[in-house]
Design a protein around this ligand. Structure first.
Ligand SMILES: Cc1ncc(COP(=O)(O)O)c(C=O)c1O
Length: 355
């Protein structure tokens, strides 16, 4: 290639990681980190709590600290929940159009997956995947799984369950452990009002969140969950008496203190998503899907996938060309900085012009 590359290093828009990084206050803390945070265990357990982070979350949500679970990211949470509750030959209900990871955990403990489908509709003029709550309830009643999992927003489709659908779904699935994976909470909405009433009303419910996505701490591996009152055994199983990662906990607290920084990033990303829906809609054979997360699913002609992948790679741009049962012609694009997003669109346009 004769032209000089815009990016000298590979730009990773393939794993839904933040391209903005956490609040700059995290770096200030890290520059001055104290040896106690590196060399000692937490002493919070002696105070009857898991950590200052779980206590803070409990206070902010007005939920007992006991019902806040901490973990090494939500991958760890999902694994713990499924490993704890799913016995051999038992079923977990998961979306067909889902994060590949859900599909593998049940097998680790000899259980198996039953999949429920989504359907495609429209959301304010943009195509979208939608939960089919009637179908989900029908499959639940037929299969009687031990665990039901939904993701809102869902990866890789980017759609979310509306609050009326969520209530209907929770009412119908009272007999199962219900897991709501909210790893992408924050990008579409920062609403929290439903958490306490649902955790109080549905004792078998776990709502999982993470600091990896909205708060941009994926490398620190820290997540948390709200657990309903029947899940006492899970709480005991997951509690770590020597504490968690003190540095990650401190960073998570710093992130929670700087909501202004994160709102600004989410606002810019929202504008960029609108720009990208618009641009992709104008490209022949491309269909973008509405996303409430930090990524976007785009359907594109199968015939160009291989070529386009190489074309982007040559320009140091990496997006995720999906190749799984439910997604053969789609790519999932992590929303990057404004500069990265615009460059990606320019590259794709250039490819389409010159191929
Ligand atoms: C839907 C979903 N849930 C959970 C996770 C795990 O995130 P973490 O373990 O970093 O919290 C991911 C990661 O990409 C994800 O896409």
């Amino acid at each position: 290639m004769a032209k000089e590359l815009k990016y000298k290093k590979l730009q990773y828009l393939d794993r839904n990681e933040s391209q903005y990084g956490p609040t700059p206050k995290c770096y200030e803390y890290l520059k001055n980190v104290k040896y106690e945070d590196l060399s000692w265990y937490s002493r919070d357990f002696e105070k009857g709590i898991k950590s200052s982070l779980s206590k803070r979350i409990a206070n902010e949500f007005n939920i007992s600290e006991r019902q806040i679970i901490l973990s090494y990211g939500s991958e760890d949470l999902l694994k713990q929940i499924i490993h704890y509750y799913l016995d051999r030959k038992e079923k977990i209900l998961i979306p067909k159009e889902a994060w590949w990871y859900y599909k593998k955990v049940a097998y680790e403990v000899g259980g198996f997956n039953v999949e429920y489908p989504m359907y495609i509709g429209e959301d304010e003029g943009v195509k979208t995947y939608l939960y089919d709550v009637d179908k989900l309830i029908q499959i639940y009643e037929r299969e009687r799984p031990r665990i039901v999992l939904i993701a809102s927003p869902n990866n890789p489709t980017g759609n979310r369950m509306t609050s009326s659908e969520l209530r209907r779904f929770l009412d119908a699935c009272r007999g199962a452990i219900v897991v709501i994976d909210e790893a992408y909470w924050g990008f579409g909405s920062t609403e929290n009002d439903y958490v306490k009433p649902y955790i109080d009303e549905f004792p078998n419910l776990v709502i999982c969140r993470t600091f990896s996505k909205y708060y941009a701490l994926a490398g620190c591996r820290i997540g948390f969950a709200f657990a309903g009152k029947n899940l006492e055994e899970l709480i005991n199983y997951s509690t770590r008496y020597l504490g968690y990662n003190l540095i990650s906990e401190k960073l998570a607290n710093i992130c929670l203190d700087d909501e202004e920084y994160y709102r600004k990033v989410a606002f810019t990303m929202q504008e960029d998503k609108e720009y990208m829906y618009d641009e992709f809609s104008k490209m022949e054979g491309f269909v973008p899907y509405r996303s409430y997360a930090n990524f976007m699913l785009v359907n594109m002609p199968k015939s160009i996938r291989k070529d386009l992948k190489q074309f982007l790679k040559d320009r140091n741009m990496l997006i995720k060309f999906l190749d799984e049962e439910a997604f053969k012609t789609e790519a999932r694009i992590t929303i990057g900085t404004r500069e990265q997003n615009q460059y990606l669109i320019e590259c794709i346009k250039e490819y389409l012009r010159t191929r």
